[in-house]
Design a protein. Structure first.
Length: 399
């Protein structure tokens, strides 16, 4: 008797170390028997409510349609013949397509199969997430319905219940990696539009004395300013910008993004200088191209909502194009910027995705741009600014 008990405990522990069982609030439980029925639906529902107070009001049924199905009955007979402690759960997968399709239609129902083999009562748990049994337990034939129901309810369904899923939520759940991280790569591609504001003053980093000298700088006679080291001495340092971008990521971890920005900056003229009275307008349009390497982390507080904080580093190419006109239509004498600037940016962001395809993206960062060449009579050799922006995105996801 002692040896039999030890053997049953060993088999029970070995077969209960596989995948975690989903526990659904107000769930449905189908009891499928091959031969004698060892658990009554009433005993099992009572045990579920007693062992897990948060499980709600479960419904337990005899799986009569499974027992009357000829093909399903053949699979039950095959299970009875092949159950053994020497087999793994993969060996018990059904081969018949009809049985496979029936298992996949379980949705959020739990199917508990029972049969007698070698003078022991065997119990197997199936659900839609896997074709092989999720759990296997073995009990002596002398165990009554209430005690078996209590042990299965506490051992398999004692966890925190989850809200039962809709069809779209179940599809998303099936794409999640298993507990052994044997996942396929999740590919994600997106495009978006954004709008934001950039400003030369960087809180807590830019010295106020430096910033004050820049905002007080004014252009006189089209070319005379205090300092030519920064483009912000010549053009307004604060401006809205607009842009568009495309990107992609794998494993919801690493990705690339290509981005385009457009902004307009007015020239910082000294309006007291009479030479500007004939000026119609004078501004500079900035075009920027950014290539970013992104690292992200995805959290799912809800099956239809993803929270994705990320950090990125960008390579930037920036171009300034002048637009100036006088009332007389003549071309005035003026200064010139560098042909282009190149630099880097460090960015932080938070993307919130809804229903997998739609996302709101908030980001901020610091960007520095400069030139490696110094050309005589060309001024504004560098710019540094901080920005904040918000974007709307559409995502394409596949495995």
């Amino acid at each position: 008797m002692f040896k039999d008990t030890v053997k049953l405990i060993a088999i029970f522990m070995a077969f209960n170390s596989y995948a975690q069982t989903a526990v659904w609030k107000d769930g449905e439980f189908l009891l499928w028997s091959h031969g004698k029925r060892y658990i009554s639906p009433a005993d099992f529902c009572f045990a579920l409510r007693y062992e897990n107070e948060k499980i709600g009001n479960p419904n337990c049924y005899e799986a009569g349609d499974w027992e009357r199905d000829t093909t399903i009955s053949l699979y039950a007979k095959w299970l009875n013949a092949n159950l053994s402690s020497r087999l793994s759960v993969e060996d018990l997968r059904p081969r018949n397509q009809h049985v496979i399709e029936r298992l996949r239609t379980l949705k959020d129902k739990s199917l508990i199969f029972s049969t007698v083999k070698d003078n022991q009562a065997w119990f197997l748990l199936f659900d839609e997430t896997s074709l092989e049994p999720k759990k296997i337990a073995v009990f002596p034939l002398s165990a009554d319905s209430a005690s078996v129901a209590k042990k299965i309810a506490s051992g398999w369904f004692g966890g925190k219940p989850q809200i039962r899923l809709t069809d779209s939520e179940r599809a998303a759940k099936q794409r999640e990696p298993d507990e052994y991280f044997a996942e396929q790569p999740m590919y994600d591609a997106w495009f978006g539009i954004l709008s934001g504001w950039n400003k030369a003053y960087i809180p807590f980093l830019t010295p106020k004395s430096w910033y004050k000298s820049k905002i007080n700088s004014r252009i006189k006679n089209y070319n005379n300013v205090r300092d030519s080291a920064s483009a912000w001495s010549f053009i307004e340092d604060s401006s809205p910008f607009y842009g568009a971008y495309i990107g992609g990521a794998v494993y919801d971890f690493i990705g690339l993004e290509f981005e385009f920005h457009h902004s307009k900056h007015n020239a910082k003229i000294d309006e007291s200088d009479e030479i500007y009275r004939e000026l119609l307008h004078w501004n500079f349009t900035r075009y920027e191209f950014l290539l970013s390497l992104i690292f992200m982390r995805v959290f799912m507080p809800h099956p239809q909502i993803e929270i994705e904080p990320y950090a990125s580093a960008s390579i930037i190419y920036s171009f300034l194009k002048e637009d100036i006109a006088l009332e007389s239509g003549e071309e005035p004498k003026r200064f010139e910027f560098e042909d282009y600037y190149r630099g880097v940016a460090l960015n932080l962001g938070l993307r919130t995705a809804f229903f997998k395809n739609y996302a709101l993206n908030l980001r901020t960062g610091i960007a520095n741009r400069g030139t490696s060449t110094v050309v005589q009579n060309v001024i504004g050799s560098s710019t540094t600014d901080v920005y904040v922006a918000a974007g709307l995105e559409y995502h394409f996801r596949w495995r």
